[in-house]
Design a protein around this ligand. Structure first.
Ligand code: GCU
Length: 679
């Protein structure tokens, strides 16, 4: 039985005999001409893949024979150099080419890149072609990533608990590091390399300064040494008050010479352990974390302190824009823009501002964050959350690629039509030379890595989109299903249908029509629209839905918080006038009467009820789709997903009943005819 440990790299034998025969003919000999740690990884991988998928073993050789696969870089491989692959010139350090060609008179498939890591990415790409049963004739692949730094953020604490983690404890066994190297560290790096993820922030944004002490830096070095051949760089979170906490200083003021000297020494020390250290991710002056504002300094002052010390080493600082405070009575959705927009142009060139996809907090659906497009002089990172803090943890099946795409494809209109978030983030809109994306990891030490077997698809999709944000959610799902479960259309069709609808279904049974942040207090699991009387207004649910006897929704237009004015005019014109506002964002931007008529002709109240009922019914439909795969996918995984989908359905009903009955206390209207009464 497959417990999911091998992720999308399980290399089960391919079922189609014709395809296997064709692949075998093309893949008889593996030709390499030099040795390097990364080349060894690539040759092991292709050997493992062909042994699993084709049940064949490649013959190793130094020169091509009939049906050869040739791997390498032109710098180290004379055979590849002799091919003069012109396209390599434009593909940078991580791109690759895969071509069918003739080498020394023999038909060959060549995987070439400017670096070994690029070649490893090409190898995984080629293996994916095999796993998904694509043709490997007339190949002419040339790819390079659109985003430079494709990073996972682990919210992992040093005691191995994981903030908002639902897949067990942290993978990092700090206690046994650096002397014990858990084989999972290799498996983790391998999985990331297979989808092009090239960076990992090991520690929680709510940082513990201890990670910067010498004993921990030795442990970090051990991990970095494992990850390096896979092209995976290590980053850490820096606690702003570290100079006080572990440095013995009396201040952490970023402009204080002693503080600067302390960070310089610390950062130089880190690079003695990890010469290719990626840099820091910093959460400051947010949710009680220390930061420059404690010393009346700005976010830019704080970020630049790190940027300056990291620059000589080629490191970056990723300064998070997720800030909000109770002292500001204004709409929480406005705070990041209010604080950061005036600082545009004040950040050093290796300081990136890391912005969540939406302005509140990883809700099932949010409009894109208004900072995208608003800070043209600053490279902005996009932060997604793979761990399902607000989407049913690792219990509910929610395929997140449609959510990611919704943000990436959203048009900011910052430079007119066609100024999508994706172009802000990849640097092309404002001509930035550095670009990055972050995904808050959903990975823990559960034996299947992500808790829910379908959680793996979100890790996979994030990596694929960071590599190429033009890929569709559908194409990514298709690949992942084939690689994970089967190439059988009778599996692919229902599973893909279920995956592609799953996010919309979750939105319907949790927060339809632009509702948001009405989940259980603090833990964020399950419904809690009734949450009130907390120490801060923005920790309650009533703050966000604003339901009363007259209506429901958060007015963010001019008559309300005016958060809408943070967007470019065409976006305001889209979301402001009721006639234009997409209904999926209706209650995000508007407070509307219960009997407001929607496009369907139904009243707002009726439509809310229909959405919740439809969402819950669709959770049942998901169970039916999955049941179609019985005996066609691994039985253990089948049963696991089946059980989780049953919980998901029960909980969709729970959400529906709780929300409908709660909002009914305001609307004072009956459940529309045709819908059953909540139990
Ligand atoms: C959310 C989450 C916190 C996390 C924070 C952040 O608010 O609930 O646990 O620390 O985001 O992104 O910093």
């Amino acid at each position: 039985a497959d417990d999911g440990y091998e992720l999308w790299l399980s290399y089960r034998p391919l079922a189609d005999a014709t395809v296997v025969k064709r692949y075998k003919a093309a893949l008889q000999t593996l030709v390499t001409e030099y040795e390097s740690p990364t080349l060894t990884l690539a040759t092991h991988e292709i050997t493992r893949a062909t042994a699993g998928l084709l049940k064949t073993s490649l013959v190793r050789a130094k020169t091509p024979a009939q049906g050869s696969l040739l791997l390498g870089t032109p710098r180290q491989s004379p055979l590849i150099a002799s091919l003069n692959l012109a396209s390599l010139a434009t593909l940078g350090d991580e791109g690759f080419v895969i071509v069918n060609t003739t080498v020394k008179g023999k038909p060959c498939i060549v995987i070439a890149a400017n670096t070994d890591v690029g070649m490893l990415y090409g190898t995984f790409h080629f293996i994916r072609l095999l796993q998904t049963q694509q043709s490997i004739q007339n190949l002419s692949v040339a790819q390079a990533p659109v985003i430079q730094r494709r990073i996972l953020n682990h919210w992992d604490n040093l005691d191995r608990t994981v903030e908002r983690g639902y897949a067990g404890f942290s993978l990092w066994d700090w206690h046994k590091l650096p002397d014990y190297i858990d084989p999972r560290y290799h498996a983790y790096a391998r999985a990331n390399a297979s989808i092009g993820i090239n960076g990992t922030v090991l520690t929680n944004v709510n940082a513990n300064a201890q990670i910067l002490t010498e004993p921990y830096l030795r442990k970090v070095k051990a991990l970095a040494d494992v990850f390096r051949p896979y092209g995976l760089k290590v980053y850490l979170t820096a606690r702003f008050s570290a100079p006080v906490e572990i440095g013995g200083l009396s201040t952490a003021d970023p402009l204080d010479p002693a503080v600067k000297a302390w960070w310089k020494k610390k950062i130089d020390e880190i690079y003695t352990y990890v010469p290719d250290f990626g840099g820091f991710c910093v959460k400051a002056n947010s949710e009680g974390q220390p930061g420059p504002q404690n010393y009346n300094r700005s976010h830019a002052d704080g970020a630049n302190l790190f940027a300056e010390m990291l620059a000589p080493h080629g490191g970056i600082v990723m300064w998070r824009a997720f800030v909000y405070s109770n002292e500001t009575p204004d709409d929480r959705a406005k705070q990041a823009y209010t604080e950061f927009k005036p600082l545009d142009g004040k950040f050093n060139s290796n300081a990136l501002v890391q912005v969540k996809n939406g302005a509140i907090d990883f809700q099932p659906r949010e409009p894109f964050h208004p900072l995208f497009g608003a800070m043209p002089k600053t490279p902005l990172m996009l932060e997604f959350q793979l761990t399902q803090e607000y989407l049913g943890f690792a219990t509910h099946l929610v395929y997140l690629a449609p959510l990611f795409k919704e943000t990436l494809d959203a048009d900011t209109y910052a430079k007119g039509k066609g100024s999508q978030v994706s172009k802000v983030v990849d640097g092309s809109l404002d001509h930035h030379t550095v670009s990055a994306m972050a995904g808050v990891a959903n990975i823990g030490n559960d034996r299947n890595w992500c808790g829910h077997p379908f959680g793996q698809a979100n890790w996979y999709a994030y990596g694929r989109l960071a590599w190429n944000h033009a890929l569709t959610a559908e194409a990514i799902a298709d690949e992942w299903i084939r690689m994970t479960f089967s190439n059988d259309p009778s599996v692919i069709t229902p599973v893909k249908a279920m995956m592609l609808s799953s996010r919309e279904i979750a939105v319907q049974y949790m927060t339809p029509l632009g509702l948001h942040h009405i989940m259980g207090y603090n833990h964020h699991y399950g419904p809690g629209p009734w949450i009130r009387d907390k120490p801060r207004a923005d920790w309650t649910s009533v703050y966000y839905h604003q339901a009363d006897s007259l209506g429901v929704g958060f007015d963010r237009t001019k008559t309300g918080s005016d958060a809408l004015s943070q967007y470019a005019q065409p976006v305001q014109d889209l979301y402001g006038p009721l006639a234009n506002c997409p209904e999926k964002y209706l209650l995000w931007f508007h407070h509307l009467p219960w009997d407001h008529k929607l496009k369907s002709g139904k009243s707002l109240w009726d439509e809310i009820c229909f959405a919740y009922y439809h969402g819950a019914d669709s959770a049942r439909w998901m169970q039916q789709q999955w049941n179609l795969t019985e005996h066609k996918v691994d039985d253990e995984q089948f049963q696991h997903v089946k059980s989780l989908l049953a919980i998901q359905h029960q909980e969709a009903v729970w959400w529906r009943n709780a929300c409908v009955v709660y909002f009914q206390t305001f609307s004072r209207q009956p459940i529309p005819a045709g819908l059953e009464k909540p139990d």
